[in-house]
Design a protein around this ligand. Structure first.
Ligand SMILES: *Cc1c(COP(=O)(O)O)cnc(C)c1O
Length: 422
């Protein structure tokens, strides 16, 4: 359920007509809905009522501070993967004690900053990282709370570029080495082992792979406790999928997910940490773009829009599908025809949809790329010296720009001409 719907023949974000925002902000831009963000967080968090659960929104899906603050106000924590994200989460108002720090390559400087901040937990991914963290913490007179991210070697049955839980992926430590690394950690002065962590991938549409991973983790917790480790937290990662096609099979509901988790881990008495990203923000955002030209090639009709792969990379990076809706609703009896919807960037991969059945579109028409709230704006670049795409947040009948489009002067002014070229 999201709050991007047609009203009086026009796509709205909550109570604001998209065309009104486009007139004020220019295109392309991202548009997020507060009501959708809040709803998704609440549905997810409430699914865990009765379990000792901490929901840590995976900030990397959408790092805008206005988005993070909207969630933080509801009590949401944060999962971060860099010092930059940690700083954003803190600046947006997430208390340090609700922040967990994931990622394969935390540097010394990042560790020191996180220790000073007093975060809830470090999710450690290698022995080398463990040793460095212990050293940094000891030097500061601190003790780092640690969970190991274990690689459970399960197939997440998702796109290969977002599967992280197979033995050949770079993430985590082999579950077969668990006893060794926990023993190693127990002997280090700057480390306090508190839990076990897994994250097997993103956009999972079945519970089976999660369950296989969590069962393996639950088994390990018992073995680790038997070996004397005080395991009291289970970080189960993110990854629950969202429907990208309005007609598509719907991924499991958070309630089913939470029930499965209770069934698999309920007897362990652990705090459960969850790191949903896409599920919270995916359907809470759209990217609005304008048709620049319509061009008939020898074989296909191209609808060239002013948004491009540098603004929304998912289709070219993951072959991802986004529903594309005209902002002015097409009448029900209009004929649909296949078109290729492409951007202006000089790359063959700058394609949003091939052979998509669309109502007639002409120059100046607005289109909405749906389900673009996660892994959209955060992956945007300025390739082809295109200004970084702005972001807008809607709440009821209000909207505000939450990241401005930079000016050409701002962009070009970042370059420095060396003295010898003066
Ligand atoms: C990316 C990531 C998440 C969030 O994944 P979603 O599929 O967006 O829910 C959670 N935890 C970790 C460690 C991640 O890297």
């Amino acid at each position: 359920m999201d709050h991007f719907q047609y009203k009086n023949g026009e796509l709205h974000a909550e109570d604001v007509p998209i065309s009104e925002i486009a007139a004020a902000v220019g295109t392309p831009f991202y548009c997020y809905s507060t009501a959708t963000l809040e709803r998704h967080y609440k549905v997810f968090a409430e699914a865990f009522t009765g379990q000792n659960a901490l929901v840590c929104y995976a900030v990397k899906a959408n790092t805008n501070q206005a988005v993070i603050r909207t969630l933080a106000r509801l009590g949401c924590g944060a999962d971060v993967v860099s010092q930059g994200e940690l700083r954003r989460a803190l600046a947006a108002g997430v208390p340090a004690e609700k922040i967990v720090y994931s990622g394969v390559a935390k540097t010394e400087e990042e560790m020191a900053f996180a220790l000073t901040s007093g975060i809830h937990q470090f999710n450690v991914e290698s022995e080398a990282e463990l040793e460095q963290l212990s050293r940094v913490a000891s030097d500061m007179g601190k003790v780092a709370p640690v969970a190991f991210r274990l690689n459970p070697d399960v197939d997440a049955k998702t796109h290969e570029k977002i599967a992280t839980g197979k033995a050949e992926n770079k993430f985590g430590i082999s579950w077969k080495k668990a006893q060794d690394v926990y023993a190693q950690a127990a002997a280090l002065p700057g480390i306090e082992v508190v839990g076990v962590d897994v994250h097997i991938g993103s956009q999972l549409t079945e519970l089976g792979p999660f369950m296989a991973a969590f069962e393996r983790v639950a088994g390990l917790v018992k073995e680790l406790r038997a070996a004397g480790h005080n395991i009291r937290r289970l970080d189960l990662g993110g990854g629950l999928g969202v429907p990208y096609m309005r007609t598509n099979a719907v991924p499991p509901h958070p309630v089913e997910y939470a029930q499965m988790i209770k069934a698999v881990t309920g007897d362990l008495g652990c705090q459960i940490i969850l790191e949903p990203g896409r599920l919270i923000v995916g359907n809470a955002g759209v990217m609005i773009s304008k048709v620049v030209y319509v061009k008939d090639g020898e074989k296909n009709r191209f609808v060239i829009i002013d948004g491009a792969m540098n603004d929304l990379l998912r289709p070219s990076l993951y072959d991802a599908w986004h529903d594309i809706l005209p902002v002015r609703e097409a009448s029900a009896d209009v004929a649909l025809n296949p078109v290729d919807i492409v951007g202006p960037v000089c790359e063959t991969g700058d394609v949003f949809a091939k052979g998509r059945e669309m109502p007639p579109l002409k120059m100046g028409d607005l289109v909405s790329l749906m389900t673009a709230g996660a892994y959209g704006a955060v992956m945007a670049s300025t390739y082809n010296t295109r200004p970084l795409v702005p972001e807008v947040l809607v709440k009821n009948d209000q909207f505000q720009v939450i990241r401005q489009r930079p000016s050409y002067e701002d962009m070009i002014g970042l370059d420095i001409i060396p003295e010898w070229l003066d």
